[in-house]
Design a protein around this ligand. Structure first.
Ligand code: CP
Ligand code: NVA
Length: 301
């Protein structure tokens, strides 16, 4: 890694102004106003998946190809990584072949190691701890429908998982208020709340979903069982945090609903909410493509 390598690892590590540039570039690309001249022609992206994926897998490939680049998709079982070669050595070798590496993995230390040893930009495609690419798509979706997110209120109801962590990062970087309701046992890492506090954020942790959604412009949730989680007892703990029409009715009148997908209707969200008029989930999913085109261009240009 050189001092100038532009990794996209986590939102807390990137300047707010840079993140705004990426969102604005994504919106311009979505409108067809830029990115049309194959700016990444001749560039290769390697994507490493140690966990499953639909959206990240497909949207990154289409993003790279629309910008004129090429992709190599690698499942960990196909790689020597899957039988014990180190992340560091994988990073050194891939850096000799490709211009950028996207990785989806378990522990965040694996993506950090990839970035430490790669000489090309590394993008975090989800870890157990965070999912920063998703947040860029989410902010874009909110702003397309409701205008600037700065100063607005977002409520999280559910597991204090990787998505909740990236929402905490985003709330500080994009300047919105975040109210998080989780079961006490599934609270986000207290270090995230301390970080938000120190950085002028407005993040409140509570355990009552109705209190969280009061005054909210946006309600968000995610799966009760994330990849790599142990299912036992989560459903009972999380049932009171299900997003249903009654909970949405306790938020602001023009509230919108976001969910990174995949969704489990009847678990974290009811079908009438996710398939109803307040839901932005399909635009949100589409925005993975536009926001990742902007992320790739930011990393590679
Ligand atoms: N939201 C998201 O990252 O979806 P995939 O797991 O399908 O990539
Ligand atoms: N929290 C979920 C997000 C999936 C995109 C998981 O990690 O499985």
């Amino acid at each position: 890694m050189t001092a100038r390598t532009r990794h996209f690892l986590d939102l807390d590590a990137i300047d707010a102004a840079e993140l705004r540039v990426i969102i604005d570039a994504a919106a311009a690309m979505k409108r067809g106003e830029s990115g049309l001249n194959k700016p990444l022609e001749g560039k290769f992206l390697a994507m490493i998946f140690e966990k499953q994926s639909t959206r990240t897998r497909v949207s990154f490939e289409v993003a790279m190809k629309q910008l004129g680049g090429e992709v190599v998709v690698l499942n960990s079982n196909d790689l020597q990584l899957g039988r014990g070669e180190s992340v560091a050595d994988t990073a050194r070798v891939l850096s000799r072949y490709v211009d950028c590496i996207m990785m989806r993995t378990y522990g965040s230390e694996r993506i950090a190691e990839m970035a430490d040893y790669a000489s090309v930009p590394v993008i975090n495609g989800l870890t157990d701890s965070t999912h920063p690419c998703q947040l860029m798509a989410d902010v874009l979706a909110f702003e397309e429908h409701r205008g600037p997110i700065k100063g607005r209120t977002v409520a999280w109801s559910g597991d204090g998982n990787n998505m909740a962590a990236s929402w905490i990062h985003a709330s500080v970087k994009f300047g919105f208020k975040l109210k998080i309701a989780t079961p006490p046992e599934l609270s986000p890492d207290p270090a995230l709340l301390t970080w938000a506090d120190k950085n002028g954020g407005s993040v409140e942790l509570m355990h009552d979903p109705r209190a969280a959604v009061a005054g909210a412009d946006c309600v968000v949730t995610d799966a009760w069982v994330s990849m790599g989680d142990n299912e036992a007892s989560r459903h009972n703990m999380l049932a009171p945090f299900r997003v249903d029409a009654t909970l949405m009715g306790a938020a602001k009148e023009n509230v919108v609903f976001l969910h990174c997908l995949p969704a489990h209707r009847g678990e974290e969200v009811t079908a009438d909410v996710i398939d109803g008029p307040q839901s932005l989930v399909w635009d949100e999913a589409e925005n993975r493509l536009h926001s990742q085109k902007a992320i790739l261009a930011w990393c590679l240009q």
